[in-house]
Design a protein around this ligand. Structure first.
Ligand SMILES: Cc1cc2nc3c(=O)[nH]c(=O)nc-3n(C[C@H](O)[C@H](O)[C@H](O)COP(=O)(O)OP(=O)(O)OC[C@H]3O[C@@H](n4cnc5c(N)ncnc54)[C@H](O)[C@@H]3O)c2cc1C
Length: 382
C-alpha cells in the first residue's frame, strides 16, 4: 500500500470504532477505519442490537445511552437501518419485582415510563405467559438487527460520509503520526484504538492496568412463534442485573427471592432479554461468565435455563425449535462501564468495558473525538 494520510485513523470496525469514525467525519475530517477482519465479526454483530436506556447505571452511562439513542434515531433512517422495536416492556412476576419497578418509575430515569397492571400487560402483550403481576413500559429503548445494522452503518459511513475502510488489515503498532499494518503504514494526524476484547495486541500494558476480564455470553435464536412482539421484553432477572434497576432499594429483597427460586440462573449470570427480528424469529439470551480467556463452548445447561426463563415470560408455542446458537465476548471492568485513555496527545484508546456498547457507543465516539481535538465535552453541551 502506498502511504496514505488521514486526519483520523480508527482501529476496529465494531460499533465503538464506527462511532468514532462518525464523530470525526461529522466534523469534516478525513477518516479511515482499519480492521483485521474481512467483515464484522465481533460483539457488535453478536448482541441483541438492543439500545438500552432505562436499565443503565445512573449518571454518565445513562446520559451516554440517551445521547446514543438520539444518534441512532437520526442515523438509522439515513443508513437504511430499520428500528425493529421502539420500546421496552419489563414483565414482573414477583411482588418484589413490582416494587423495584415502582421505585424505578418514581425516579429520574423512570420519566415517561408507565407502570402496567396485570391486565395492561395482557392487553399490550397478549403473548405474555400467565402469572404476570404487572410491568413497566419504557419508550426510551430501540432495537436494531446488529448483524445487518453494523455492515449498513459501515457502508453508509463509506458512501455518504467518505470514510475509507481497510479490511483484512491487522494493526501491528501505533506511534505518533502513523500506524503500522499488515498492509503497510498509514499516516494519521490522530489515531483512535477501539480493539473490543483484544487486550493484548496494542498497548497491552495500558489495558492491563485497567483490571479487565472478558465476559462470555451465550445467545440463541428461536423460530418465529407466529406473533409479533410490540417491544423488547425483559423480566424479573433483569432487575437485579441492570444497574438502573438494581440500584433501587427494593432490589435486595428481589435478589433474595430470585436466589431461592432461580439460583441456577443467577449463578450463570442469566437474565432475560427477548427481541424479535424482521422474519419473526426471536433472539433470546443471555448468560455472563467471566475469565481471562473464556472457553468457546455453549453450554446445554445454560441453554436449558435460558429457555425455561423465556417460557416463564412469554407463551412460546410448544416445541418451538432453536435455530441458531452463538457466544460472544466483551471486555469487562468492575469499576467503569467505558473509558478513554489518552496514550499520547494524538493517540486515544477507547473501550466499552461492559455490555453496553450498542447503547452508549455513539456518545463515547463523540467524547473520544472531542477529547483529541480539545472540544468541549459533548455530554455537557447537550
Ligand atoms: C452476546 C452479546 C450481547 C450483547 N448485548 C448488548 C445489547 O443488547 N446492548 C448493548 O448495548 N450492548 C450489548 N452487548 C455489548 C456490545 O455488543 C459491545 O459493548 C460492543 O459491541 C463493543 O463494540 P466494540 O467495537 O468495542 O467491539 P467489537 O465489536 O468486538 O469490535 C472490535 C473490532 O476491533 C478489531 N480489532 C481489534 N484489534 C485489532 C487490530 N490490532 N487490528 C485491526 N483490527 C482490530 C476486531 O477485528 C473487531 O472487529 C452485547 C455483547 C455480547 C457479546
Amino acid at each position: 500500500m502506498a502511504q496514505q494520510g488521514f486526519d483520523v485513523v480508527v482501529v476496529g470496525a465494531g460499533i465503538v470504532g464506527l462511532s468514532h469514525a462518525l464523530a470525526a467525519a461529522r466534523r469534516g475530517l478525513s477518516v479511515a477505519v482499519v480492521d483485521r477482519d474481512r467483515q464484522a465479526n465481533g460483539a457488535s454483530i453478536r448482541n441483541f442490537g438492543f439500545v438500552t436506556v432505562t436499565g443503565q447505571r445512573a449518571g454518565r452511562t445513562w446520559r451516554r445511552a440517551l445521547y446514543s439513542r438520539d444518534v441512532w434515531d437520526r442515523v438509522a433512517p439515513e443508513a437504511g437501518i430499520p428500528v425493529i422495536h421502539p420500546d421496552l416492556a419489563v414483565i414482573a412476576h414477583r411482588p418484589q419485582a413490582m416494587t423495584v419497578l415502582e421505585q424505578f418509575a418514581a425516579g429520574e430515569m423512570g420519566a415517561d415510563c408507565r407502570l402496567l397492571s396485570a391486565a395492561e400487560v395482557q392487553a399490550r402483550l397478549p403473548m405474555a405467559a400467565p402469572g404476570a403481576l404487572g410491568g413497566l413500559w419504557s419508550p426510551h429503548e430501540r432495537r436494531v438487527e446488529p448483524r445487518t445494522a453494523i455492515p449498513a452503518l459501515a457502508g453508509w459511513l463509506e458512501s455518504a460520509r467518505g470514510v475509507t475502510f481497510f479490511r483484512d488489515t491487522a494493526v501491528r503498532g501505533v506511534e505518533s503520526g502513523a500506524i503500522d499494518t499488515t498492509a503497510g503504514r498509514i499516516a494519521a494526524r490522530h489515531v483512535v484504538i477501539c480493539p473490543g476484547p483484544d487486550l493484548v495486541s496494542l498497548f497491552p500494558e495500558r489495558l492491563a492496568a485497567r483490571n479487565l476480564r472478558l465476559c462470555k455470553l451465550q445467545m440463541l435464536r428461536l423460530a418465529a412463534p407466529g406473533w409479533r412482539l410490540p417491544a423488547a421484553v425483559m423480566g424479573d432477572l433483569s432487575l437485579v442485573r441492570y444497574e438502573g434497576y438494581a440500584a433501587q432499594p427494593g432490589a435486595a429483597a428481589l435478589g433474595e427471592v430470585l436466589a431461592a427460586e432461580a439460583g441456577d440462573a443467577l449463578s450463570h449470570g442469566i437474565h432475560l432479554i427477548l427481541v424479535q427480528s424482521a422474519d419473526g424469529s426471536l433472539v433470546v439470551g443471555d448468560s455472563h461468565h467471566y475469565a481471562a480467556t473464556p472457553d468457546p463452548f455453549a453450554s446445554a445447561e445454560v441453554e436449558t435455563i435460558i429457555l425455561r426463563e423465556a417460557r416463564a415470560l412469554l407463551a412460546l408455542p410448544e416445541g418451538l425449535p432453536v435455530i441458531e446458537r452463538w457466544t460472544g465476548v466483551y471486555p469487562s471492568s468492575a469499576e467503569e462501564t467505558a473509558f478513554l485513555d489518552r496514550i499520547a496527545p494524538d493517540i486515544l484508546l477507547s473501550l466499552v468495558s461492559s455490555g453496553t456498547g450498542m447503547s452508549t457507543g455513539f456518545a463515547l465516539g463523540e467524547e473520544g473525538i472531542a477529547t483529541l481535538l480539545g472540544d468541549p465535552d459533548p455530554l455537557e453541551a447537550t
